[in-house]
Write a protein that binds this ligand. Structure first.
Ligand code: UD1
Length: 379
């Protein structure tokens, strides 16, 4: 009998950090399946894709679907169609599909697989912001509703899924693979300065449509950055979506001419981690960065009204500031005075989540084999 394969689907920057440790754990544990890497091409620029493959040591994808940018409908549809074609060509070698995170590629690949009766396994399941205006929330709800196995990264995830009526047999708490990646690469950031300024600095990352797509909200954020730049330097690697909007709204020049504000292109994983661990504070709207700062015990102020990662608030260093810049200013002051709270450990955020994922993947395939052989016997 040929060995079964599991397609690992990744499309956008935060996905690559999640599949890398699982691929490493496969090498280490040598389970009874082969991973097939599928890059959907949602992110295609070298700085949002290639550098992550290089730095995270992910081998060249086995297949590239070249979905590219577009509206949500276009992007999702392109991945759906191309991934379905791949599954049809490769069937029956692909025994299951593993999707990660909450991007358009995640939901599209899950739909394609489940409609072909190929089981889908969702890694980082159960996260909920309870804000359906976020495209990622729709992706999470839809993906979890149709996936066969739900691998959960944070305590609230299990609770959310149970509340939605998901039976316990479909849920497994595995912990957070993003932290595996962080633990694995942390030593590479030692004794390097990655172009950071002397003295305390804030690291800023922004890309959510709710912050950057409206002139009013982006202007308020830029004003706040210019204000706090009087007290501490700002390091701001700019996501392409944000760069486009800053230019469109005539805001980029205000940042560029401020000597305390250091603008960078999007950074590689190691550079970003190196800056993050040395920052006094991180201002962000990213999901993953809320988790990474919590693990590193670096204060994080999140420019959102909600988070799907509440463990970062209760155990971690994260505070939601939404659009309340007076609160943000008070907290920056507290942080610079070293009176901001420290973090405590989060269950399963221990650098070994990927091994647990691989055991779950193996167990899932084994159980399916047993069920299908019982079924065959009764035919
Ligand atoms: C996507 C994810 C988001 C994730 C983020 C990480 C969805 C709905 N959103 O948002 O959850 O946190 O990735 O970065 O899936 N662009 C480039 N090069 C690229 C890709 C995009 O320049 O390689 C530009 C294009 O102008 C594009 C814009 O960035 O229109 C937005 O890209 P897109 O993938 O649509 O969404 P993100 O904002 O990156």
């Amino acid at each position: 009998m040929t060995r079964p394969s599991i397609a690992f689907v990744a499309g956008a920057r935060p996905n690559f950090m999640k599949i890398a440790p699982v691929l490493r754990a496969v090498e280490e544990l040598k389970p009874d399946f082969d991973p097939v890497i599928v890059h959907t091409g949602q992110h295609y620029s070298a700085e949002l894709s290639d550098i992550f493959f290089e730095q995270l040591g992910i081998r060249t994808p086995d297949v590239h679907l070249e979905a590219g940018s577009g509206t949500h409908g276009q992007q999702t549809a392109r991945v759906l169609e191309a991934f379905e074609g791949f599954l049809l060509r490769e069937s029956p070698r692909i025994a299951a599909v593993m999707v990660v995170g909450d991007v358009n590629s995640t939901v599209a690949a899950t739909l394609a697989a489940t409609k072909l009766h190929i089981p889908a396994i969702h890694l980082e399941a159960g996260l909920r912001s309870f804000d359906r205006s976020m495209p990622e929330e729709i992706n999470r709800l839809a993906t979890d509703a149709i996936s066969d196995l739900l691998l959960v990264s944070e305590p609230a995830g299990e609770e959310n899924l149970r509340r939605e009526g998901v039976p316990a047999t479909r849920i497994r708490y595995v912990g957070n693979v993003m932290i595996d990646t962080l633990v694995h690469h942390l030593s590479q950031t030692e004794n390097q300065n990655f172009g950071r300024p002397d003295g305390p600095f804030a690291l800023v990352t922004l890309h959510r449509p709710s912050n950057v797509d409206q002139r009013e909200s982006l202007t308020a954020i830029v004003d706040f950055l210019i204000e706090i730049a009087a007290d501490l330097a700002i390091v701001f690697p700019i996501h392409p979506r944000t760069k486009n909007r800053l230019e469109e709204f005539g805001l980029l020049a205000h940042l560029e001419k401020n000597p305390a504000i250091h603008l960078f292109p999007p950074l590689g994983y190691v550079e970003n981690l190196g800056l993050m661990r040395n920052a006094s504070v991180v201002l962000t709207d990213s999901g993953g960065i809320q988790e990474e700062t919590s693990y590193l015990s670096i204060p994080c102020l999140t420019l959102r009204e909600n988070t799907e990662r509440p463990a970062t608030l209760s155990y971690g260093t994260n505070t939601l500031i939404g659009g309340d810049f007076a609160k943000a200013r008070r907290l920056v002051f507290e942080i610079l005075n070293h009176s901001y709270r420290k973090s405590s450990p989060i269950p399963g955020w221990d650098g070994r989540a990927a091994q647990r994922v691989v055991r779950e993947l193996s167990g899932f395939l084994e159980k399916r084999d047993v069920i299908s052989s019982i079924f065959q016997e009764h035919l």
